[in-house]
Design a protein around this ligand. Structure first.
Ligand code: NAD
Length: 349
C-alpha cells in the first residue's frame, strides 16, 4: 500500500481514538507516528499501533494520563508518566526542560514509566526549534531483551536509543543524531520480517550465535539476538542508557528482576542546554556552519552518495514521502485492518 500521509494520519487518529484518548492526545500520538513514517523510520510509524492497541487492551498503556511530578527543583525534575502515552508526556517533559533552560541555562528531566515515547528525534527537534541543545538517553523495559552485549549471544538489552540535537543556523538545518544502540532498531527487524526482506550483514545472530541476515531468527521458538552497533562502543552506550534513564531516573531497568510483561515502557533522561550561556551566538553559529561545510566537503567514496550530516537523510525522505506517499507493507496493513474491523473503523482503500 502506498498511502497519502494525510489519509494515513486520519486512520492512525481513529485507531488511537479506539483506546478512549482525548482529542489532544489522539492528535499528538497520530502526528508523531506519521511523522516517523514521513522521516523514513517506519519502525516507529503507524505499525506501532498494533502494539499500542494490544497494550491499551491489556491495561499496560493507560490513555489520558497526567504525569505525576515526583520532584522539581527548578532545574531538575522527575516525572512519572504512569504508563501514559509516551509521545504526550515526553513532549511535555522536554517542553518543561526548554522553559527551565531558558531561565537557568540548563535543565534536566528524568521521565519514568512512560509507555513507548516513539521516535526520540521528535524531542530533539522540539528543543532545536527552540534554539536549545538537547541530549536524550532512553532505556526500554518490556519483554525479553533481544540485544546482546558485546561478546554475548544472549539478549541483555532492548534497543536503548540516544538522541543529541543541535539547533539550526541561518545556513543549516539542525543536526539531529538519533539512533538505537542496537545495530538496527527492533522495529526495523519487524518491518523486514513482515516484508519478507533480509536484514543487513552484521545485525543478527541466530540462537546458536551464528551470523544471520534472516529476520525470522528473532521470531522463532528459539530466538537469536540483535547485535549492538559498533561492538563494545554501542554495547557500552546501551548499558549507560539503562543506568541513566533507568537506574538513575528511577524507571525500571531491563534486568531479570523486572517483570517483563508491562507493555513497552521507556525511561528517559533529557538534558537541555541553552548554548548561548556557553558562547556568543554569532561565533557559535559560524563555527557550526564551517564545521558542517568542512565535513560535507570530504570526497565521497561512492560519487552517488555524498557525505551527509545527521538529520539530512530524514529531511530528504520526508520531502519524498510528502510528495509520493508512504509505503506500508502488506503484513502491517493487514494487522491494522484487522484491528480496524474489530473497532468498526473504516480502512483507507
Ligand atoms: P538509523 O540507524 O537509521 O540512524 C539514524 C541516525 O543516523 C539519524 O540521526 C540519521 O540522520 C543518521 N544517519 C543515517 N544515515 C546517515 C548518513 N548517511 N550520514 C549521516 N547521518 C546519517 O536509526 P535507528 O537506530 O534504526 O533508529 C530509528 C529510530 O528508532 C530512531 O528515531 C530512534 O529514536 C527510534 N527508537 C526508539 C526506541 C524507543 O524505545 N522509543 C527504541 C529504539 C529506537
Amino acid at each position: 500500500m502506498i498511502v497519502n500521509h494525510l489519509v494515513l494520519r486520519d486512520f492512525a487518529r481513529n485507531l488511537v481514538a479506539a483506546g478512549g484518548s482525548a482529542k489532544a492526545e489522539i492528535d499528538i500520538v497520530a502526528d508523531h507516528l506519521i511523522e516517523a513514517n514521513l522521516r523514513g523510520h517506519d519502525s516507529h510509524g503507524i505499525g506501532m499501533l498494533v502494539a499500542y492497541v494490544k497494550d491499551f487492551e491489556a491495561g499496560t498503556l493507560r490513555p489520558n494520563q497526567a504525569p505525576e511530578i515526583i520532584s522539581d527543583s527548578g532545574t531538575i525534575s522527575v516525572w512519572d508518566a504512569r504508563a501514559g502515552y509516551g509521545q504526550v508526556v515526553a513532549r511535555q517533559a522536554v517542553e518543561w526542560a526548554i522553559g527551565a533552560a531558558r531561565t537557568h541555562g540548563v535543565a534536566v528531566n528524568g521521565l519514568r514509566n512512560a509507555h513507548h515515547i516513539g521516535r526520540v528525534g521528535t524531542y530533539g527537534e522540539i528543543a532545536a526549534r527552540a534554539g536549545m541543545v538537547s541530549l536524550h538517553f532512553v532505556n526500554v523495559a518490556s519483554g525479553p531483551p533481544p540485544v546482546a552485549p558485546y561478546r554475548g549471544k544472549e539478549g541483555r538489552f532492548l534497543t536503548n536509543p540516544v538522541c543529541i540535537a543541535i539547533p539550526g543556523t541561518n545556513l543549516n538545518e539542525p543536526i539531529l543524531l538519533d539512533f538505537a544502540t542496537s545495530r538496527v532498531a527492533m522495529g526495523k527487524v519487524r518491518v523486514a520480517h513482515n516484508a519478507g526482506k533480509p536484514m543487513l550483514d552484521g545485525a543478527l545472530l541466530d540462537h546458536d550465535g551464528n551470523p544471520s541476515t534472516d529476520p525470522g531468527v528473532m521470531y522463532g521458538d528459539q530466538r537469536g539476538v540483535v547485535l549492538p552497533f559498533g561492538e563494545h562502543k554501542g554495547s557500552g552506550l546501551a548499558l549507560i542508557c539503562e543506568i541513566l534513564a533507568g537506574a538513575i531516573v528511577g524507571s525500571p531497568t531491563v534486568q531479570s528482576m523486572t517483570p517483563p510483561e508491562r507493555g513497552i515502557i521507556n525511561g528517559m533522561l533529557s538534558i537541555v542546554i541553552d548554548p548561548q550561556r556557553l558562547n556568543n551566538r554569532d561565533s557559535m553559529m559560524a563555527e557550526i556552519d564551517a564545521m558542517i561545510a568542512w565535513v560535507k566537503s570530504a570526497a565521497p567514496s561512492d560519487p552517488d552518495m555524498p557525505v551527509l550530516v545527521a538529520g539530512d537523510p530524514e529531511r530528504a525522505t520526508r520531502a519524498a514521502r510528502m510528495a509520493n506517499g508512504i509505503e506500508v507493507d502488506a503484513t502491517t496493513w493487514g494487522q491494522l485492518a484487522a484491528i480496524a474491523e474489530r473497532y468498526q473503523i473504516a480502512v483507507p482503500t
